[in-house]
Design a protein around this ligand. Structure first.
Ligand SMILES: [Mn+2]
Length: 262
């Protein structure tokens, strides 16, 4: 979906919440969030692994926030549809059991893969190097995805919500280097990777700025035409916002380490 410029509010983009609703409340306070002045946009993965996924989902929806789908959101949708079982670290049972759970999942299912403006593109994980017409990607996904099955079988949806490294044709590297061991990476390091593979954004040359999440191991990314906002709150890091109009980051620390770094 393309958002018109008729909204004068400051666009505030928020990284992967993953059920860290307390930190989201802290961040909104730190931002002095005012719905009349700020339009909120989430990078996806509102839920899972953290302690308050139900509250995070409710809060995002109540704020009227723009949100793109993340892999954990898709996991919740697939579990609600009964086509996937629980994973060991899942913390989304409270949503499935909540009186408004079905409604919240329905809301999530209506979120796009990409949100674009004349100057910014929002996506959970990354953009395929060969995508030129991003509106067409949203339309293709909407036409192809079967919500009664596993949405991850839709190739464009899978790419946009999971990619880290790829080659210039968008091909992923072998699995063993796609996701290097967590201990092998530090913030600012992108792991053992060799050409032709590179972080997907190596193939993005602007002019629009892409805002994304998903890559906590990489940490904050502040490069030309790219802003990466997953600073690993659920792992005991921080929850980060980027105020686009001021090109400024605001973040708050995690109140706890909710998931241990392996
Ligand atoms: Mn993710």
């Amino acid at each position: 979906m393309t958002v018109a410029n008729s909204d004068d509010r400051l666009r505030v983009f928020i990284g992967d919440v993953q059920g860290c609703a307390s930190e989201l409340e802290d961040l909104l306070q730190e931002l002095r969030y005012d719905p009349a002045r700020h339009a909120l946009y989430f990078c996806g993965d509102l839920v899972n692994r953290g302690p308050r996924s139900l509250d995070a989902l409710r809060l995002a929806r109540e704020c009227g926030a723009g949100t793109v789908l993340g892999n954990h959101d898709l996991h919740l949708i697939a579990r609600a549809a009964g086509v996937r079982g629980a994973k060991k670290l899942d913390t989304i049972e409270e949503i499935l059991a909540a009186p408004d759970g079905a409604e919240l999942v329905e809301w999530l299912r209506g979120r796009p893969v990409l949100i674009e403006w004349p100057d910014i593109v929002l996506v959970h994980a990354g953009l395929h190097p060969e995508w030129t017409d991003l509106g067409a990607v949203n339309r293709r996904v909407a036409a192809e995805v079967d919500w009664t099955g596993d949405p991850m079988t839709t190739p464009d949806l899978r790419f946009a919500t999971t990619i880290r490294y790829c080659d210039p044709q968008g091909k992923s590297p072998p699995r063993d280097i796609a996701r290097p061991a967590r201990r092998a990476t530090r913030p600012g390091h992108t792991g053992p990777i060799a050409p032709p593979y590179a972080p997907w954004d190596a193939f993005w040359h602007g002019p629009r700025t892409v805002v994304f999440g998903h890559w906590a191991e990489r940490g904050l990314v502040n490069e030309e035409n790219v802003r990466g906002l997953d600073t690993g709150c659920v792992w005991g890091g921080r929850l980060t916002a980027w105020i686009a109009g001021e090109d400024r980051f605001v973040s708050v620390p995690a109140r706890a380490t909710y998931q241990a770094v392996e």
